[in-house]
Design a protein around this ligand. Structure first.
Ligand code: EPU
Length: 424
């Protein structure tokens, strides 16, 4: 298993280009099941989760080609592969997002059998809202032997609320939307997720011929259509990758410029960085991050979009561990997503968990240690902490990082970090 080793305390400087958004690319790739003919999609990052999604789609009869410039061609053809509707455990277990083939399969092939994604290290991840939405559209759904089996004749439009105990659901909205675009009649999704990645999926589907209104609002109105066709499309830049690099600049008190950023997708992140004392200058599709030696402690709460993303929580925690004073981070999306806390404590951080909040007393410095990654964003938080820790930090289980960040260590190294990957 590969490791990352970082020698801390090097200031970052320079420019880095942000890739297309993983969490937009995954459901958009799955939505290609609905389309007749080839789609050419630009900006899909070269990461392990995309490889997993490609395997799942190939297993369902998709033809997938990646060109040298990174563009993907994905082809499904109407009338072919009607008998292929299974996403097996061996593939689904690698990545929860594979659940987003459920809606497109059900709509297009009238049947879907998808391995239950189960819980995961960031806390309970039920799919009751996905199932509720698909049942409302007329699907019969059973869960047995670790699989969700869904069947329907043509789905029928209806009114559905996706409000759950912790707010709405991102992939649940994607699943219900992709099922509804070819349903008979009109579907109204109340309490739909508004995340930019959900908007990107809706824009992709509209380009392919769907009729989705209310994109970016919490009420989607979808007129079912009979056919959707392959399109050329470019995925939005990854706001979480951008936010992670922003904190890399801030935590090392550096001066870096991110290219290919949609700062309007990062309002909550940028506002909080400015409250801390980081200078953020947005200019067209670039964002310049200038760190300072005078930062202020802050409190933050993760919320669905446009609030602070839960996927930025671990990265902000790393930064706040180095800012003197008491900061409180409250996690409202995945209430026990704190697996990075014991690892940050190993690096000298002072953090106490109380229910779904982390109380952080910032210190002037962290110290290098051996730590282990539990999930993708926890890993990003540990890398950021390693960039400023005194001495050497060794990070194990970095396959989690490879799921979502393309060549992270190479790109940080180009900015001046002393970081390398060690393969066993
Ligand atoms: N929830 C339910 N019932 C459901 C679905 C979700 O109660 O049927 C709850 C969850 O337990 C959680 C909350 O609703 O408390 C939000 O979960 P959501 O369904 O929105 O999460 P997701 O769609 O499974 C996506 C991202 C995650 C990101 C969350 C929240 C992808 C592939 N994954 O997950 O990204 O944290 O939305 O924004 O889009 C990551 O990239 O590292 C990652 C984990």
């Amino acid at each position: 298993m590969d490791k990352i080793v970082i020698e801390g305390c090097h200031r970052l400087e320079g420019r880095v280009r942000i890739n297309g958004a993983k969490n937009a690319a995954l459901p958009i790739m799955a939505a290609c099941i609905l389309l007749n003919g080839p789609s050419r999609i630009k900006g899909i990052p070269d990461i392990v989760d995309i490889q997993t999604q490609s395997e799942i789609l190939k297993n369902l009869g998709g033809e997938i080609k990646r060109f040298e410039d990174g563009t993907f061609e994905i082809i499904f053809r109407d009338g072919e592969n009607a008998d292929r509707f299974i996403a097996p455990y061996e593939l689904v277990k690698k990545m929860r997002a594979s659940i987003c083939v459920l809606g497109p399969l059900l709509s297009k092939r009238r049947k879907a059998k998808v391995s239950y994604p189960g819980g995961c290290v960031i806390g309970q991840r039920p799919i009751d809202l996905h199932i509720k939405g698909l049942k409302a559209l007329g699907a019969q759904i059973e869960t047995a032997e670790g699989y969700i089996t869904a069947a329907a004749d043509r789905l029928k439009g209806t009114e559905i609320s996706l409000m759950g105990q912790y707010g709405t659901t991102v992939l649940g909205t994607c699943n219900v939307m992709t099922a509804a675009v070819m349903a008979e009649g009109t579907t109204i999704i109340e309490h739909a997720a508004c995340e930019p990645e959900v908007q990107d999926l809706a824009n992709f589907l509209n380009k392919a011929g769907a009729k989705i209104a209310g994109i970016g609002e919490d009420r989607l109105i979808i007129e079912g259509v009979r056919e959707l066709n392959g399109v050329d499309y470019e995925i939005i830049p990854d706001r979480i990758e951008a936010g992670t690099f922003m904190i890399a600049g801030a935590i090392t008190k550096g001066d870096i410029t991110l290219e290919n950023v949609r700062t309007e997708h990062l309002t909550a992140v940028i506002d909080k960085l400015r409250d801390i004392g980081v200078e953020v200058v947005a200019d067209n599709n670039n964002a310049r991050i200038k760190g300072s030696s005078l930062y202020h402690n802050v409190d933050l709460t993760t919320l669905p979009y446009p609030g602070m993303p839960t996927d930025m929580q671990a990265q902000f925690m790393a930064l706040l561990c180095t800012v003197e004073g008491k900061s409180i981070i409250t996690e409202k999306v995945f209430t026990d997503r704190f697996m990075h806390v014991p690892e940050l404590i190993r690096m000298g951080a002072d953090i106490r968990i109380e229910v779904s909040s982390a109380i952080i007393r910032g210190k002037p410095f962290l110290s290098g240690a051996s730590v282990m990654v539990s999930d993708l964003r926890a890993g990003a938080g540990l890398v950021l902490a390693g960039l400023v820790a005194k001495g050497t930090t060794q990070i194990d289980r970095i396959y989690h990082l490879d799921r979502g960040y393309e060549r992270l260590e190479e790109r940080l190294s180009k900015l001046g970090a002393v970081i390398k990957r060690i393969s066993d």
